[in-house]
Ligand binder design. Structure first.
Ligand SMILES: [Zn+2]
Ligand SMILES: [Zn+2]
Length: 308
């Protein structure tokens, strides 16, 4: 479970930052990749990574501003030529279906795989046996969603030393113990599985917010996340501008992370007015309020651990 920042700029691309897209690789968990937003040239950015477009099977769109969706038709189209046969499901605000189907139709694009487009509302939008995804409306002038990805608890590790002490040595019996409440072994003894499996590992929680003003009303939604990805379009001094344009500053994002008790904050969606050495200053502004902060640059990767 790893985040790969494919584009970290706001509004327009710059030489340093492409517009927004974030990949969540779930290769070990599901052999798939989920994409959050798909700004223009996201498919070019992917070429610089090990991500295979055919493995992208879910795309979550935060909102329909161009810097978050103009890469979608191209990516979907190219995926047809990159061995993509598995269905792709898109989630996003009302209007997403019009945008995608019209782009594909008028350009005469025929995908070689099925797509499903779900225009979402707040609440639970997806669930499988490993993950649940929730959406919440933010504050951005047009409908903009945040996503909370909650991994279900995973079974604990087998207590191998304890098994060996009972004379049970590695073999198929180990997976039987993991999968059954009890197992009868050759000497007639019954092993109660929970005696030989460690405590459940708690699932990881990730919150990825679209463009938004930083608001106290979001804290419940991002609460206790292992990682919070928050926009920081502007520096600390530009609070009024952030408010006027429905964006956040570095320090507002950091304050949200602190108040919501998240473990780690990643800032992204940085205005193109900031270049090179500005990055350090922006990061320090946030760190003064919330020390476990990173400022994403394009191709920044972050492993999501239970304790980041
Ligand atoms: Zn944006
Ligand atoms: Zn926007």
């Amino acid at each position: 479970m790893e985040l790969v920042f494919l584009g970290t700029g706001a509004g327009v691309p710059s030489k340093e930052r492409n517009v927004t897209s974030i990949a969540l690789t779930l290769l070990q968990e599901q052999n798939s990749v989920w994409l959050f937003d798909c700004g223009e040239a996201t498919q070019h950015q992917i070429l610089n990574t090990s991500i295979k477009p055919r493995k992208i099977n879910k795309i979550f769109i935060t909102h329909l501003h161009g810097d978050h969706v103009f890469g979608l038709p191209g990516l979907l189209s190219s995926r047809s030529f990159q061995g993509g046969e598995e269905k792709v499901t898109l989630y996003g605000p009302e209007g997403l279906k019009d945008f995608v189907t019209t782009s594909l139709k008028v350009s005469g694009t025929h995908l070689r795989y099925p797509i499903e487009i779900q225009e979402i509302a707040e609440g639970k939008i997806y669930e499988d046996d490993q993950f649940t995804v929730f959406a919440k409306q933010l504050d951005h002038g047009i409908t903009s969603y945040g996503y909370r990805i909650v991994e279900k608890d995973r079974p604990g590790e087998l207590l191998v030393d304890r098994l060996k002490a009972h004379g049970v040595h590695p073999g198929p019996i180990y997976s039987q113990i993991k999968e059954n409440p009890f197992v009868d072994i050759a000497n007639g003894q019954r092993l109660i599985s929970e005696d030989f499996v460690g405590p459940n590992k708690s699932g990881r929680v990730l919150a990825i917010l679209g463009d938004t003003r930083a608001m106290a009303t979001h804290h419940e939604f991002i609460k206790d996340a292992n990682v919070l990805v928050h926009e920081a379009t502007f520096e600390r001094e530009k609070e009024q501008m952030a408010w006027d344009y429905f964006h956040s500053t570095t320090t507002q994002a950091a304050e949200a992370a602190r108040q919501a008790n998240v473990e780690k904050l990643v800032l992204t969606h940085i205005s193109s007015r900031y270049q090179g050495e500005d990055n350090h200053r922006l990061l320090q502004e946030a760190k003064q309020i919330f020390s476990n902060t990173e400022l994403a640059t394009d191709f920044f990767k972050l492993d999501i651990t239970a304790h980041s």
